[in-house]
Write a protein that binds this ligand. Structure first.
Ligand code: PMP
Length: 293
């Protein structure tokens, strides 16, 4: 296994030697934003989309990114090169930076930015092949009018509580509903179902992150003539789906075989298989030919 590496404020280090101060508000209050990015063939997948989302997340919390776009793109490339493996996962984190105790970010002079390169296996190969067993968590998604789900912030406690529920129930993943009982998302992924031959996924307004893999899957569905819609879903839609699957940078595409003990339709179903094959082709195409971030 290659050692994890970290680009920290312009310097490349072994990850175990990379440190931020304990007075960093990212650590003290979860004050910061991040991206999870996969790379294949030594190239980040959909880096432009990730950097766009990072910029929007940062703008929404009044955090000035400490590097320009070109410098961030170069830093990502340098991190991948230093890691030395063609495939892996990057965690790009921007914290508010070191400051005084107290919530006010005004005391934080300079954000810390680091990019960690490592492996990420969200589920085992067996779960990828046979499908995930998921539960609907009793923990509800934080309301979009309390914290906009489009902000990819360092505050993951809401999702961590749902993740703990999944582990305690012996399930592979948990899906969060919003306060109205509509499906929001998984703990680190977006949710799709196929019903009546139509591919459906919940809107950001219901508490879904605007996932980059989700957008790629919708693009592939459109290109492949699979009808799709962004629509509110309830637990019933999951329980009675013809197919259900999860998408995310870490997850890629994971079929779901069971929701709360009910068989979740065909697993892996025909729509999933088509989209998964198309996704792999897309990744190959975009990471083996030049695509400017
Ligand atoms: N929802 C949440 C809460 C996530 O953490 C992630 C992973 N970033 C996703 C959805 C999927 O988004 P993406 O496809 O951009 O990784």
């Amino acid at each position: 296994m290659n050692e994890a590496v970290c680009w920290l404020n312009g310097e490349l280090l072994p990850a175990r030697a990379a440190c931020v101060p304990v007075s960093d508000h990212g650590l003290l209050y979860g004050d910061g934003v991040f991206e999870g990015i996969r790379f294949y063939h030594g190239r980040a997948f959909r880096l432009a989309e990730h950097l766009d989302r990072l910029q929007r997340s940062a703008a929404a919390i009044c955090l000035m990114l400490p590097y320009e776009r070109a410098a961030l793109t170069a830093a990502v490339a340098a991190t991948i090169a230093a890691y030395g493996r063609p495939d892996g996962y990057l965690r790009l984190v921007v914290t508010r930076g070191a400051g005084r105790l107290g919530l006010d970010p005004a005391s934080c002079q300079k954000p810390n930015l680091f990019i960690l390169a490592d492996e990420l296996a969200l589920v085992s190969e067996a779960v990828r092949a046979q499908g995930a067993r998921v539960i609907i968590a009793s923990t509800r998604r934080i309301a979009p009018d309390a914290l906009d789900p489009r902000i990819k912030s360092l505050n993951y406690l809401n999702h961590i509580l749902a993740r703990i529920e999944a582990t305690q129930a012996g399930a592979d993943e948990a899906i969060l509903l919003n306060a109205q009982g509509r499906v929001a998302e998984g703990t680190a992924d977006n949710v799709f179902v196929a019903r009546g031959g139509v591919l459906l996924t919940p809107p950001a307004d219901d508490g879904a992150l605007e996932g980059i893999t989700r957008a790629a899957v919708l693009e592939l569905a459109a290109a492949g003539g699979i009808p799709w819609a962004v629509r509110s879903l309830g637990a019933f839609d999951l329980y009675t789906a013809e197919e259900c699957f999860l998408t995310g940078t870490g997850a890629e595409l994971i079929p779901v075989r069971e929701v709360d003990g009910r068989a979740a339709g065909a697993c892996p179903g025909p729509v999933f298989r088509r989209l998964q094959a198309a996704f792999h082709r897309l990744v190959e195409r975009e990471t083996t030919t030049a695509r400017v971030a």
